[in-house]
Ligand binder design. Structure first.
Ligand code: MN
Length: 253
């Protein structure tokens, strides 16, 4: 198990995109603070980008800018780990090497603050949303990804726009409950991995709750998205767990 002896920070669902320079500015300020605080490990739990169409799009100026920001933190000694979200699961080893980050599996156990902690993006435990899980299986298949990555970049951009429109339309027909996490799936994941803490994002429903397991209690932290006027990071250190409110964070202060 990966163990973090010092301070660890966790963020999710930043949804960075060229059309929202305010988000990138906030991310840059957060990374500067993370370096200054000598954070040992930063975990990005998916949807760093609004979309990612392949590592061969690294020459895009916006993508290169975000890559450089991550590299800057890595070069200052913070280890950066990434779990893919449902929008940036095509991030691969080329981007990882350029940005100085380490790609993790979709579910990972880390020791943080002395507690075995389960990390995931969060979409895998949204098991009530059956059409989404079917879609996920399709786009996570090696064949679909190979076919998609073999098409020219402009075609991929168009395809992603189509997928985003279809996804937004599908979401309008679903209840919040269907799109939220399934409590039994969460308990099963915690038990299977022997963890007493879960951190994830994806649902855009930030919160903190205790979860009763058959043999004790666990806690769940849901991280905020960054692009709807709020944003947070979770910090785990010897001092305990604290949520850092980033909604007022910007490069100017
Ligand atoms: Mn997501």
């Amino acid at each position: 198990m990966l163990t973090v002896a010092g301070t660890a920070r966790f963020v999710s669902d930043l949804h960075l995109r060229a059309e929202r320079p305010d988000l990138t500015e906030r991310f840059a300020a957060f990374l500067t603070d993370t370096a200054a605080a000598k954070v040992e490990a930063l975990f990005i739990l998916g949807d760093l980008f609004e979309y990612w169409i392949g590592d061969d799009d690294l020459a895009d100026p916006f993508n290169a800018q975000v890559c450089k920001l991550l590299r800057g933190l890595a070069d200052q000694g913070t280890r950066i780990f990434f779990i893919a979200g449902n929008r940036d699961f095509l991030i691969g080893e080329t981007f990882a090497a350029a940005a100085g980050i380490t790609l993790l599996a979709e579910t990972e156990t880390v020791g943080a603050g002395g507690t075995p902690t389960l990390l995931m993006h969060g979409d895998t435990v949204c098991t009530d949303d059956i059409p989404y899980q079917e879609f996920r299986r399709m786009v996570r298949s090696k064949q679909w990804q190979a076919d998609f990555l073999a098409t020219p970049l402009p075609e991929r951009r168009t395809e992603v726009e189509n997928l985003r429109r279809r996804s937004a339309a599908a979401m309008r027909g679903k209840t919040v409950e269907i799109m939220d996490t399934n409590a039994a799936a969460i308990r099963a994941a915690l038990t299977a991995h022997g963890c007493t803490r879960l951190i994830h994002g994806h649902t855009h429903r930030p919160g903190h709750e205790d979860i009763a397991l058959a043999d004790g209690t666990a806690e769940r932290w849901v991280l905020s998205d960054w692009d709807t006027g709020r944003g947070d990071a979770l910090e785990i250190s010897a001092a305990g767990v604290r949520r850092i409110d980033l909604s007022a964070y910007s490069g100017s202060h």
